[in-house]
Design a protein. Structure first.
Length: 277
């Protein structure tokens, strides 16, 4: 039996970019899950943020990826122990990114002597609220394997910073819609590949999986290119992530998030022989 693994970004894709509302998507999510498909968060958000949202949307038995693929979580109630995983609350945790948020904070404090940027962890809640529109920023800062920064220097220095990041710590710089994430090597494509592999191993006797990805920004491109079906959500500037020129099965929303999420899945579903819902 065929099923779909639906990998979705959150901010600007499933959720409104500014107020984080999921709008009417909860009903669509329920319909998709009732048809025995899987919805998997693949996001820059933290474990704490995802856990809260998963509970609200009744998706607590789904695996998810946090901090742009740095850490993966598989609920023990459905998954056997994963290779190289550790036990964390009700999950098997797989950390892809090698270095901890503490190590990255120490590294960034040193680099602030040379470059102009702000570390989100060091900012007051009031200042962070201006950038995020979040009343409670504690969950956003509860990071395991990354730090987020606000760059306030020129492009020349940004290039130098990236080179030092790679050379000194084998680190990467991921540009999101609000912040820039600093971490060890990870991305949403790697997360999608590993989660899909776990499904293939643990559920291959039950059903085969096709992959769908939904995203709105640059840090979603690798994930979108790697899935069979790519759903692009129009972002606040009216643009879409730019995929490789030969990518097939690409669908675009005409609406922004959160409405664009359901809209583009309706468009995709109409073309499928094996329906999502």
């Amino acid at each position: 039996m065929k099923r779909y693994l639906i990998f979705t970004d959150l901010d600007g894709t499933l959720l409104d970019h500014d107020n984080y509302s999921y709008g009417n998507n909860k009903k669509m999510i329920s319909t998709i899950i009732n048809n025995k498909n899987e919805i998997i968060f693949n996001t820059s958000k933290t474990f704490s943020e995802c856990k809260k949202l998963l509970k609200e949307l009744k998706l607590s038995n789904m695996p998810f990826s946090t901090e742009n693929g740095a850490v993966l979580y598989f609920p023990k109630i459905r998954f056997n122990k994963i290779k190289n995983s550790s036990s964390f609350e009700k999950y098997w945790k797989v950390r892809i990114a090698k270095l901890s948020s503490k190590v990255w904070h120490q590294f960034l404090k040193q680099k602030q002597k040379k470059y102009n940027f702000l570390i989100a962890q060091d900012l007051s809640p009031n200042i962070l609220k201006r950038y995020t529109n979040l009343n409670n920023t504690n969950m956003m800062l509860d990071r395991e394997a990354s730090q987020i920064i606000l760059w306030d220097d020129n492009l020349t220095n940004l290039k130098l910073f990236k080179k030092e990041l790679k050379f000194e710590k084998d680190g990467i710089f991921i540009k999101g819609s609000r912040f820039m994430q600093i971490s060890s090597i990870c991305n949403k494509r790697i997360a999608k590949k590993l989660i899909s592999h776990v499904y293939d191993i643990q559920f291959r006797d039950k059903y085969t999986m096709n992959t769908i990805a939904l995203g709105d920004s640059r840090n979603d491109i690798d994930m979108l290119n790697s899935c069979k079906y790519s759903c692009l959500i129009k972002n606040s500037s009216g643009a879409y992530p730019k995929l490789r020129s030969n990518k097939k099965n690409v669908f675009k929303s005409s609406k922004l998030a959160p409405d664009g999420w359901s809209e583009v899945l309706y468009k995709l579903n109409k073309t499928l022989e094996n329906k999502i819902f």
